[in-house]
Design a binder for this molecule. Structure first.
Ligand code: ARG
Length: 317
């Protein structure tokens, strides 16, 4: 049943092995952090004074870690995109968008990796961000698709591909609407398994759910309903539960398993790191303290893309 949304383990009518395999997206996108700041509060973690110099250093260390592990790292500079926007598309300048650095929320790659489903942000403070990302995609050969007007969808923050399979996990209830996944399943012809989020501490799926490889996922079980947990257990052989204190205190689940073996995660989560190492993963911890003042860490700061090999496919260029 392609193009279908599954919202509970009770209706799963497939085995993971029967799902078409999917090449994992190997390009990692980062947004340069010159305007990063905390100036409003849209999640419970936001607060404190940002040290801009420290934030830039931390972001550069993250970029270096990716350069070592990912096959391609791209950086989008909001100033360059702003300069390239036509007058009618110029709404808010990048200095007015302090969360733009969290590009996970800008969209999610299509399964073939050459396109992107653009986000529609839930909070007024961030609604102008996807305009920048859409323009960047056009410039860089990624086709873009937008959802029906009025549907909220926060990209890779809530929509996470199952490693190696054409199966999308979709978090909804806080920042994204469930109907976003009906449209994605239908238009992309993929299966989507939805997970309801109700606890503001886990306001995006990527702060409580981190697939490590096809069989293994790290979660914070407190974030999910009983149905959600049963669904996760039905599709992953091994479910590792992160300690609660590190899940909230250090955004421990907001990590990136780059190739199914090496994990980039936030520093300051020794119990989670030890759990991952006991399961055979190699961990690299980077300090993301400044970004955690906005409620984001490693995974939020990146977006996985394919190679964009069919430029302008949807844009008619
Ligand atoms: N301050 C940002 C927000 O609340 C942080 C986004 C973090 N992104 C993520 N994928 N969890 O929207």
């Amino acid at each position: 049943q392609v193009g279908r949304v599954y919202d509970t383990a009770r209706v799963l009518d497939f085995d993971l092995e029967s799902i078409p395999s999917r090449q994992d997206h190997e390009t990692v996108l980062l947004v340069s952090p010159q305007y990063f700041d905390v100036r409003y509060h849209i999640n419970p973690y936001m607060g404190g004074e940002v040290d801009g110099t420290a934030a830039t250093e931390q972001w550069e260390t993250l970029q270096e870690a990716y350069e070592e592990y990912a096959s391609r790292v791209l950086v989008f500079d909001p100033d360059e995109v702003w300069a390239s926007l036509s007058t009618e598309r110029k709404t808010l300048p990048p200095e007015g968008l302090p969360d733009m650095v969290f590009c996970a929320n800008h969209g999610v790659a299509t399964p073939d990796g050459d396109g992107v489903v653009l986000a529609a942000m839930s909070n007024a403070e961030r609604v102008d961000e996807p305009t920048y990302f859409g323009a960047w995609c056009q410039e860089n050969g990624y086709r873009t698709m937008s959802l029906a007007p009025g549907t909220r969808f926060e990209g890779g923050g809530d929509a996470i591909w199952h490693p190696g399979r054409e199966l999308l996990w979709g978090g909804y209830g806080i920042r994204s609407d469930k109907r976003a996944y009906d449209e994605i399943a239908d238009r992309l012809g993929v299966r989507v398994v939805t997970l309801e989020l109700t606890d503001e501490n886990y306001y995006h799926l990527d702060v409580c759910f981190a697939p490590l490889d096809e069989e293994t996922v790290l979660i914070q079980s407190e974030a999910f309903t009983d149905e959600g947990l049963a669904t996760i257990h039905a599709l992953f052989e091994t479910v590792i539960d992160a300690p609660v204190d590190e899940s909230t205190g250090g955004l421990a689940c907001n990590l990136h398993s780059v190739d199914g073996e090496r994990v980039i995660m936030s520093r300051g989560n020794p119990k989670t790191a030890a759990l991952l190492e006991a399961h055979g993963y190699e961990t690299t911890a980077v300090c993301t303290d400044e970004f955690q003042k906005a409620g984001g860490s490693v995974r939020c700061l990146t977006l996985s893309l394919g190679d964009g090999s069919r430029p302008g496919y949807l844009n008619g260029r």
